[in-house]
Design a protein around this ligand. Structure first.
Ligand code: THU
Length: 156
């Protein structure tokens, strides 16, 4: 028997350490929280995606009285981006969350279903999609979705 250890590298940035491009994407994700439809959880999540054509697409979580019918901010955003710009590579995705009158202190990380959906587009694009998880004081940067989804299901 052998043990294999999987490690995840997280870059921890203060907001003023971010590049102009990253700061803009973080702002877009924060702004997108205001478009959340989340009367059930009251947890407003926003995502902003930078595409290879320079466009930024943002989206938010959309809930439903039948709970599983709702969609996370990440999937709202990536599915819309792919529908709007099919075949254009995704470069970076920022995720922010707002609840009880403030942005969350500890960055929110995508759920399992969103990780798998992001991986699909990472594979399509052929390069890692950088992930920025936005906290009140810190932003966590991950080099690609595989950092959050080790031993992922792969069918192509
Ligand atoms: N949610 C997201 O939109 N993204 C995440 O990364 C975590 C959770 C949403 C789903 C639901 O509408 C609310 O946040 C509470 O879980």
């Amino acid at each position: 028997m052998e043990n294999r250890i999987i490690t995840t590298k997280i870059g921890v940035y203060s907001h003023n350490e971010l590049s102009a491009e990253d700061k803009n994407l973080v702002e877009c994700a924060k702004n997108a929280t205001a478009t959340s439809y989340s009367p059930y959880s009251k947890f407003q999540v926003g995502a902003a995606l930078l595409l290879d054509n320079g466009e930024v697409i943002s989206g938010s979580n959309q809930e439903n009285a039948a709970f599983p019918s709702g969609t996370c901010a990440e999937r709202t955003t990536i599915f819309y981006a792919s529908a709007r710009y099919p075949g254009v590579r995704f470069r970076k995705l920022a995720i922010a969350a707002f609840t009880e009158g403030m942005f969350v202190e500890e960055p929110v990380s995508p759920c399992g279903a969103c990780r798998q959906a992001i991986l699909e587009y990472e594979k399509l694009g052929g390069e890692p999609i950088e992930i920025l998880l936005v906290g009140r004081d810190k932003v966590y940067k991950l080099a690609g979705i595989r950092s959050l989804l080790p031993l992922s299901f792969e069918d192509f």
